[in-house]
Design a protein around this ligand. Structure first.
Ligand code: TRP
Length: 431
């Protein structure tokens, strides 16, 4: 059954695909402004703390379930802990919902990439740029066209299969993405106002660490590592059998964090170099402010930047799309082509509603990131910590010396700390 469902073929491809899933819009627009709002370096420390002690154990739990079962989220839970298989359906549903609304924002980045190639931002003022963003999101035909374009690109990559499509695309595009981001960082750091931007990003302000900052850091670390819906589980089911899961997880988290910091270094100095800008502006930061700032830095800069945003968004959206496709292939016996077409059409319907109705968009975002993802993560850690025989996770860790040595720490975090912390968050989110 597991044969013929594809494999990444090499360790490099597996790591690039997982890093591709993790690195996305969350790193480029959410991370920089959250850092700015919540106390600079103090927030970064908190974020790294949550990454290491909560998110990484969840990552490993998902990875172990996928790698040892070689199945999709539903099949994996059914095989390991049948009582919990409802959570598999929930994960697949959540992955589907995120695919739909994420592709709307992915569509905006496609739109901005095309506009920057056409030199559409030359000589524009900030007000004019804001007006462009509003007109794009208000003109229904344009939001729909770019949304369909983005979803279509996602579907085409997934259609090409695990090794050639997802693995191949990630292997080529992820290193390129790092290079593109580095170029922008260098350009951005040499701007006149760069120091102020760096200060904003790096000066620790511990007085800003309050409830929302803590919840924000945790939520961001979950979202950024693509946890709780079965993306990591599904990708790890395509890993070569003898592959070292421990090292793969460490590399993925490391790349993800480095990239988030790079994005901060690219965005904030640029924002500060133009006076009078609101760095905590949120989504509008990337889509209203940056085209103007980057165009002033040279015609090629906005093209490179929006290409980077587009690539980052695509390598993430394919990972959610693939979760649903894997379920249809494994459980419904569908061929890949059919499964891709079906998911494409269904996501087209839900995404179109999200694109045209901002209320539905926010509701989808809220339900998935506050309820489905936390609940899914809770089930994954409980199943690996309490249901699966301990020998299974131990075997995955013991293929490297560092992993074997750190296993007791991981086991303690997974069994006790993660369930309690995640349950507490789930309850707070529901209240
Ligand atoms: N991690 C991606 C980002 O930072 C988004 C993402 C991909 C995601 N797959 C996910 C988020 C699954 C939640 C769940 O943009």
């Amino acid at each position: 059954m597991a044969d013929g469902r594809g494999s990444f073929g090499s360790r490099f491809a597996a790591i690039m695909a997982l890093a591709g899933s993790a690195i996305g819009l969350g790193n480029i627009w959410r991370f920089p402004y959250m850092v700015g709002q919540h106390g600079g370096a103090a927030f970064i420390l908190l974020y790294v703390f949550f990454c290491v002690f909560l998110s990484l154990p969840v990552f490993f739990a998902e990875g172990i379930l996928g790698k040892t079962s070689r199945l999709n989220p539903l099949g994996a839970l059914r095989a390991k802990a049948p009582k919990w298989s409802w959570a598999g359906y929930m994960g697949i549903l959540a992955a589907f919902v995120i695919t739909s609304y994420y592709s709307v924002v992915g569509g905006w980045s496609l739109d901005y990439f095309i506009r920057s190639i056409a030199r559409g931002f030359h000589g524009m003022t900030m007000e004019e740029s804001a007006a462009v963003f509003h007109s794009i999101t208000a003109t229904s035909w344009e939001v729909l066209a770019v949304f369909v374009g983005f979803l279509g690109l996602t579907a085409l990559i997934v259609l090409a299969g695990v090794e050639k499509g997802i693995g191949g695309f990630s292997k080529v595009m992820m290193p390129l993405l790092f290079v593109m981001m580095l170029l922008i960082v260098v350009r951005s750091l040499t701007l006149p106002g760069a120091r102020e931007g760096l200060n904003y990003l790096l000066k620790p302000d511990f007085s800003k660490i309050d409830g929302p900052a803590i919840a924000g850091a945790l939520g961001q670390s979950f979202f950024s590592l693509s946890l709780g819906v079965g993306c990591v589980l599904t990708y790890c089911s395509y890993m070569p059998e003898d592959e070292n899961l421990f090292a793969t997880g460490m590399w993925t988290a490391l790349f993800d964090t480095i990239f988030a910091l790079l994005a901060g270094f690219a965005v904030m100095p640029a924002v500060f170099s133009v006076s009078g800008l609101e760095p905590g502006a949120g989504p509008s930061l990337v889509f209203e402010t940056l085209p103007v700032v980057f165009t002033k830095m040279g015609g090629i800069v906005p093209v490179v930047f929006f290409l980077a945003v587009l690539v980052a968004a695509l390598t993430s959206s394919i990972s959610m799309f693939e979760v649903v496709v894997a379920w249809l292939i494994d459980e419904k016996g569908m061929r890949r082509g059919r499964a891709v077409l079906l998911v494409f059409l269904a996501a087209l319907a839900l995404g179109a509603v999200c694109a045209l109705a901002p209320k539905v968009f926010s509701a989808c975002d809220f339900a998935t990131s506050n309820i489905f993802m936390t609940l899914g993560a809770l089930v994954f850690v409980l199943v690996v910590g309490w249901v699966v025989p301990k020998a299974e996770p131990f075997k995955e860790f013991s293929s490297s010396r560092a992993g074997a040595r750190l296993f007791p720490v991981f086991w303690f975090l997974l069994k006790w700390i993660c369930p309690i912390a995640i349950a507490a968050i789930a309850v707070t989110n529901l209240l």
